[in-house]
Design a protein around this ligand. Structure first.
Ligand SMILES: [Zn+2]
Length: 90
């Protein structure tokens, strides 16, 4: 298992022990829903919900460009419905 995958697993474990409101507050420091699009608050790139299974199209120099911030729709889904099946994970 690569160090990057291990880091993601650790982050998910930490997310699990936080309350939903704290998880949502942390998530919203990086993301915003504008109309129907997910928008990165750092690079202002957007993604429609029908493209949620594709990696988020951050700008090349965005500080959130990386494995931890590629599937914000999935992260939001887990925050609001933590027991939902994780069938959309990649
Ligand atoms: Zn970005």
């Amino acid at each position: 298992m690569s160090a990057n995958v291990e880091r993601i697993k650790i982050r998910h474990i930490r997310m699990d022990i936080l309350t939903p409101s704290i998880r949502l507050a942390r998530w919203s420091s990086n993301w915003s829903i504008v109309g129907s699009h997910m928008v990165c608050t750092r690079c202002m790139s957007g993604q429609a919900p029908e493209k949620a299974l594709l990696p988020f199209p951050h700008a090349k120099r965005c500080e959130l460009f990386g494995a931890d911030y590629l599937f914000p729709w999935r992260t939001l889904s887990l925050i609001v419905s933590p027991s939902a099946p994780e069938t959309d994970q990649r």
